[in-house]
Design a binder for this molecule. Structure first.
Ligand SMILES: [Zn+2]
Length: 170
């Protein structure tokens, strides 16, 4: 297993925390000098904050760990391609590298849909980007969450129907 894959596994562990909290399972770790300095998992529902993506929380934690908003020498690992908001934050925080799992052709802003990290004309920071690391495992984590959510919704509807029938027969 490569070093990138090892750190992506740690990002997947963060995503698992999101899944346990009934959040879309996206996770992120920030690594400097071969060591994890910050972690984050998607907490949009938990915090009722649409900006609480895994990357945003991990970047804020990394800035606190480094004591600077510049994340020079850092690599950001995230299980899904960052959205435009998170890619914008990455440009501002200036990590050296961004490594993601699942590419996102509909909403990804690191080359999937658009590319804010290597745009023309360029923004004020370019990151080296590597996508598709443990993509299959990250995708399975994502899809199993949505499968379970769909099954739960179906079960809820079935119960509602049953309760509706009970009420009608009373
Ligand atoms: Zn995002």
């Amino acid at each position: 297993m490569t070093e990138d894959e090892q750190f992506m596994l740690l990002a997947m562990r963060e995503a698992e925390k999101a899944r346990e909290a009934d959040e879309v399972p996206c996770g992120c770790v920030v690594v400097k000098d071969g060591r994890v300095i910050a972690r984050g998992w998607n907490q949009v529902e938990t915090l009722k904050d649409a900006t609480a993506h895994a990357e945003m929380l991990a970047l804020t934690a990394a800035e606190a760990a480094v004591g600077d908003w510049r994340l020079e020498g850092c690599t950001v690992y995230v299980t899904k391609e960052p959205c435009p908001m998170c890619a914008g934050a990455l440009v501002h925080c200036r990590p050296d590298r961004v490594v993601f799992g699942i590419p996102d052709s509909r909403g990804g802003a690191c080359g999937g849909w658009i590319n804010l990290l290597d745009s023309n004309p360029p923004l004020n920071h370019k990151c080296e980007v590597q996508g598709g690391v443990l993509a299959d495992a990250c995708l399975e984590q994502f899809q199993s969450f949505f499968r379970a959510a769909r099954a739960a919704a179906k079960e809820r509807k079935r119960r509602e129907r049953e309760e509706g029938c009970d009420a009608a027969s009373d």
